[in-house]
Design a protein around this ligand. Structure first.
Ligand SMILES: [Fe+2]
Length: 348
């Protein structure tokens, strides 16, 4: 259902206040052809209302002819900022960038953050933003789970469907996604609600058995039948199953990039207001499916790049797979059991 400008301005005010936006700071709103006009105008009103100086930087799209999908996450790595020093200068000179376009997984995003600028991504439809407007509790929940990952050496994932995956961890930092940016140089995504990290390069072993009802992104499909992925030395080496496996194989082969098969970020959802079923209620082009990535008790495994944590694997192919009914253990201690958060483990 539609959201009033008033409600969305209030949601922005909450996000910007939690992001410690101060009067006199500069906010640049980064937009593209797919930016939601209500999200844009309410962001500008809310930022001005808090006393910020507001700029808008509108950039033309890129990679449309290369991508097989209209999803903004379907072809990552290069963005309209690639080779665009004038735009980069404007963003680095800002205190806060509101990314209503989607810079994720670009080296340019990392460069902007290193200048101390904060970046908050917000591309979900207005009603999703309003339903999942972040709170301090969301941060505490994600922080607690992230600290658990930071103190562990291995994440092991099992399921009744047959998943048994061992991911040594510790090489890469743990990313906290709770929906606002309260520190200089911080990136976040509204809405969110999960910690994630990357396994040590070349070490993940085992198999992932995706079950009926697990979700493939950017396909935005609920699997109708299982898919089995064999993982060796950090890469998926085979994908077998029925029609869903054929579709996934064909899609991934289109990139012609072996790096797209690397295990990318891993973590689990802790957001109680996000729902597994939401994606079934939307047309595929209306959402990027953050509910699916964040719902409490999922195991989110992904394939592709590691540039988000400073790695060099800048592949354009990125697959996110929220799985249900998994058990996630850190050094043998369960934090998610059969798809449910274990108290004092998955959440504070
Ligand atoms: Fe991802």
């Amino acid at each position: 259902m539609a959201i009033s400008d008033f409600d969305l301005i209030e949601a922005w005010r909450q996000v910007l206040s939690l992001s410690r936006l101060q009067a006199g700071q500069t906010v640049t709103v980064l937009t593209g052809p797919d930016t939601n006009p209500q999200t844009l105008r309410t962001a500008v009103v809310a930022a001005r209302g808090l006393g910020a100086t507001v700029c808008r930087l509108d950039l033309p799209p890129l990679n449309g002819e290369k991508s097989l999908s209209r999803d903004p996450l379907a072809y990552v790595g290069t963005t309209p900022l690639t080779g665009n020093p004038a735009a980069m200068a404007a963003l680095k000179a800002s205190d806060l960038v509101l990314d209503l376009m989607l810079l994720l997984f670009s080296p340019e995003q990392q460069e902007i953050l290193e200048s101390g600028t904060k970046i908050l991504l917000a591309v979900e439809p207005p009603e999703v933003l309003a339903r999942l407007v972040p709170t301090p509790d969301d941060r505490d929940r994600v922080e607690a789970a992230a600290r658990r990952i930071e103190s562990a050496h291995e994440m092991r994932v099992t399921s009744a469907a047959g998943t048994d995956l061992r991911c040594p961890i510790g090489q890469y930092p743990v990313v906290r996604e709770y929906g606002f940016v309260d520190e200089p140089g911080r990136w976040d995504h509204w809405p969110s609600g999960f910690p994630l990290t990357w396994p040590n390069e070349g070490t993940t072993e085992g198999r992932i058995v995706l079950d009926r009802g697990d979700i493939l992104l950017p396909m935005k499909s609920y699997l109708q039948a299982p898919i089995e992925m064999i993982v060796e030395a950090g890469y998926v080496t085979s994908i077998t199953g029925g029609l869903d496996a054929d579709l996934l194989n064909d899609y991934m082969e289109s990139f012609g990039d072996p790096e797209g098969y690397a295990i990318s970020h891993i973590g689990w959802g802790v957001q109680p207001r996000a729902r597994w079923s939401t994606l079934s209620l939307y047309d595929r082009e209306q959402t990027i499916a953050m509910d699916a990535r964040a719902f409490a008790g999922n195991f989110l495994v992904s394939l592709g790049p590691n540039t988000e944590v400073g790695g060099t694997r800048n592949t354009p192919c990125h697959i996110d797979i929220p799985m249900r009914r998994c058990t996630v253990a850190l050094d043998g201690v369960e934090v998610v059991r059969d798809g449910k958060l274990v108290s004092e483990g998955g959440t504070p």
